[in-house]
Design a protein around this ligand. Structure first.
Ligand code: PMP
Length: 432
């Protein structure tokens, strides 16, 4: 049998790091990446024939479960009629209409192929519309891998960013200002200083790429008001949350509260392609009409609105009715509660961070009351996520401890007291 390890070794010889997107390499959690060969409903199967309950769900798109028969039939039907035309197809308008019906601030929409393309194009559009250059983003938010967004905060409350990757020119990163999330005072300070040069603020509608960190009540609304007071636009990035946390994304969650807000542009990905490469940017018609061919902001794509991919997106959105979201919520709650109970049983202080159907954990006493920004996320004991090969010698249940992170300066032994038990566990670093 060809094992995951065999496949990874072969992949590493042909592909940098053996993967086509870095997180798949399992570097931060350790272990051998699983090479998947099929998926059905809530399960995925690896090359060794082992089946797993899939909590990744393709990083979001699989809200109906994998390989839903109606989605597969739509894709097969579209494929049989031709894979790519480089010309308009009726189904593209159908997807635009479906999204516009669900998310009121989207009056016009353009399809692209990836979330990165959607945010990159939305930023160019915001700059073209306002005639300004600066962009504000929040620390810990991820909007894809375009140069200006691979920018990290330097020291200080709000700073011109430093390149977040080799290969990003400092001059490009310097057009991005990075501000702590959920911090309106910091945002006000940035607008007070640079307000007339800021084209847009880009924000994850509810942050989920640094772990789940929902916006504080009223934050999105106040952000829109502040930006508009200075003539800047707000780009609400719903690539991750769109059609995942509700029928109308995070915008829909807040639309029903006192905190309702209207962003100028929104970006989508993941669910809108139902597992195929489809993403989109949409928003106020007046702004969207600045895109070529109507306006001066250039944007294009050979595979934009690809008929096979869009067939998957349209079918997924059509099937994603209220019952689907009720089920998603129930499943998220069950899994979050069970994991939280397991952490309690092991005496790991933690907080469950939730945003609709999204949840994640922060681990450690210092964060047990929850966190609101990236600095808070970084205070957690992240070494606890890695698997351990050590077992507690003094309790029947085993104590998990992170396997070593290379270069870690953490002590070689740690003693912890379980919250729910008086047993002491002596934890040792696993041999390398
Ligand atoms: N924005 C957000 C909020 C995302 O979560 C992601 C992907 N995780 C992106 C943009 C980039 O999307 P893609 O990976 O399709 O380029």
């Amino acid at each position: 049998m060809t094992t995951n390890a065999d496949l990874f070794a072969r992949a590493q010889a042909a592909i940098p790091g053996g993967v086509n997107s870095p997180v798949r390499a399992f570097r931060s959690v350790g272990g051998t990446p699983r090479f998947l060969v099929s998926a059905r409903g809530p399960y995925v199967t690896d090359a060794e024939g082992r089946e797993y309950v899939d909590l990744v769900a393709g990083w979001g798109p699989a809200i109906l479960g994998h390989a839903h028969p109606e989605v597969i039939a739509a894709v097969q039907d579209a494929a049989a009629r031709g894979l790519s035309f480089g010309a308009s197809t009726p189904v593209e308008t159908e997807l635009a209409e479906l999204i516009e019906q669900r998310v009121a601030p989207v009056e016009k929409l353009r399809l692209v192929s990836t979330g990165t393309e959607a945010t990159m194009s939305a930023i160019r559009l915001a700059r073209g519309f306002t005639g300004r250059d600066l962009l504000v983003k929040f620390a810990g938010h991820y909007h894809g891998h375009s140069d200006g967004l691979l920018a990290e905060a330097g020291s200080g409350l709000a700073t011109f960013a430093l390149p977040g990757s080799a290969g990003v020119p400092a001059e490009i990163a310097a057009l991005t200002l990075v501000v702590p999330y959920n911090d309106l005072d910091a945002l006000r300070a940035v607008f007070a200083e640079h307000g007339d040069r800021i084209a847009a603020v880009i924000t994850e509608a509810a942050a989920a790429n640094m772990g789940v960190v929902p916006p504080l009540p009223g934050f999105n609304r106040a952000l829109v008001e502040l930006a508009h007071a200075h003539g800047a636009l707000v780009i609400s990035d719903e690539v991750l949350t769109g059609f995942r946390v509700s029928k109308a994304g995070w915008w829909g969650v807040e639309a029903e509260t006192d905190a309702a807000y209207t962003p100028d542009l929104l970006t989508f990905g993941k669910v809108v392609g139902g597992g195929m490469p489809v993403a989109a940017l949409g928003g106020r018609a007046e702004i969207m009409e600045h895109l070529a061919p109507l306006g001066p902001v250039y944007q294009a794509g050979t595979l934009s609105g690809n008929p096979v991919a869009v067939a998957a997106g349209v079918t997924t959105l059509r099937l994603a009715d209220d019952a689907v979201y009720t089920r998603l919520h129930a499943a998220a709650e069950t899994i979050a509660d069970a994991t939280s109970a397991a952490l309690d049983a092991e005496g790991v202080p933690h907080a469950v961070q939730r945003a609709g159907t999204l949840f994640s954990f922060v681990l450690g006493e210092a964060v047990a009351s929850g966190v609101h920004d990236y600095a808070g996320v970084q205070r957690q004991e992240s070494w606890r996520y890695a698997p351990s090969s050590t077992r507690c010698s003094t309790r029947a249940s085993h104590c998990r401890r992170a396997s070593s992170r290379r270069g870690s300066s953490r002590p070689r032994t740690t003693t912890t007291r379980s919250r729910g038990s008086s047993a002491r566990c002596r934890l040792r670093r696993a041999p390398r």
